[in-house]
Write a protein that binds this ligand. Structure first.
Ligand code: 4G3
Length: 245
């Protein structure tokens, strides 16, 4: 999977190739990253990439021409990639959206700065607009890295064979179950007996029930969103557990 990122701060992306799942995926060629700086596409001696907004108001707007040229160059290098702009005005991403993103051959991510970009870019050059949450950051670089991390970890081989991202809680539409490790007792707090029992069926049911209970308590909105078939599967698991008791 290939990511082309258009950013005024390419140095910020070094962190991705240093350590962790994304760095390993990049070094193994499971994912590729190429950076494009709009300043390299800005004409004239001053190579301007921003200017004051028409109509007045605070801050600066990123200019159409350098961004359109950078996008065109990235599209030429990655013809199968669509262009996505990270902004608070974008479609809110969730795990389903990330699954869809990870299924594509590549993406050209535009990281905005200042007050945003000339609106005509959205008309002419951008295919999708995404938000990682309802808050404003100083730039789109961190949101771009969030999207890359969430998508790359889903790629085959990225997490290694010992586990698949598809066991993650949010892949099941639920919050995660509790996790415990050594020692068995800390300050009077013990590990739930079932996890020490070696009964993998009982452990799987306990974990499912814990995930369901936590989701019910902390994020009932996620339960409402669950599709009927998932809910049916949960019912079956719960019924099995009640029969087992
Ligand atoms: N929630 C997000 O995904 C997100 C994305 C970008 C960003 N900052 C750059 C920017 C870009 C456009 C307009 C704007 O006001 C700020 N901040 C938050």
């Amino acid at each position: 999977m290939r990511f082309d990122v258009i950013t005024l701060f390419p140095e910020q992306f070094r962190i991705l190739s240093r350590e962790g799942v994304v760095a390993r995926a990049l070094s193994r060629g499971i994912a590729e990253l190429r950076l494009w700086n709009p300043r390299d596409f800005a004409p004239g001696p001053h190579r301007r990439v921003d200017d004051r907004p028409y109509g007045g108001g605070p801050g600066m707007v990123m200019l159409f021409e350098p961004l359109a040229a950078a996008i065109a160059a990235a599209r030429a290098a990655s013809p199968k990639s669509q262009v996505a702009y990270l902004s608070p005005q974008g479609t809110r991403l969730d795990q389903d959206a990330i699954n869809d993103i990870a299924a594509k051959p590549g993406w050209i991510l535009l990281a905005g700065r200042y007050e945003g970009i000339d609106e005509r870019l959205l008309e002419r050059c951008i295919d999708q607009e995404w938000s990682i949450g309802d808050y404003v950051l100083s730039g789109g670089e961190l949101p771009a890295m969030v999207v890359m991390d969430a998508a790359i970890r889903l790629l085959p081989g990225a997490l290694g064979h010992e586990r698949s991202a598809y066991e993650d809680s949010h892949m099941s539409g639920l919050l995660d179950c509790p996790h415990f490790s050594r020692p068995e007792e800390i300050d009077g707090l013990r590990v739930p007996k079932v996890l020490l029992s070696g009964d993998h069926g009982a452990i799987a049911r306990w974990r499912r029930q814990q995930a369901l209970g936590r989701t019910w308590l902390k994020r009932p909105d996620l339960l409402a969103k669950m599709t009927l078939d998932q809910a049916t599967t949960l019912d079956q698991a719960t019924t099995l557990d009640q029969e087992a008791r």
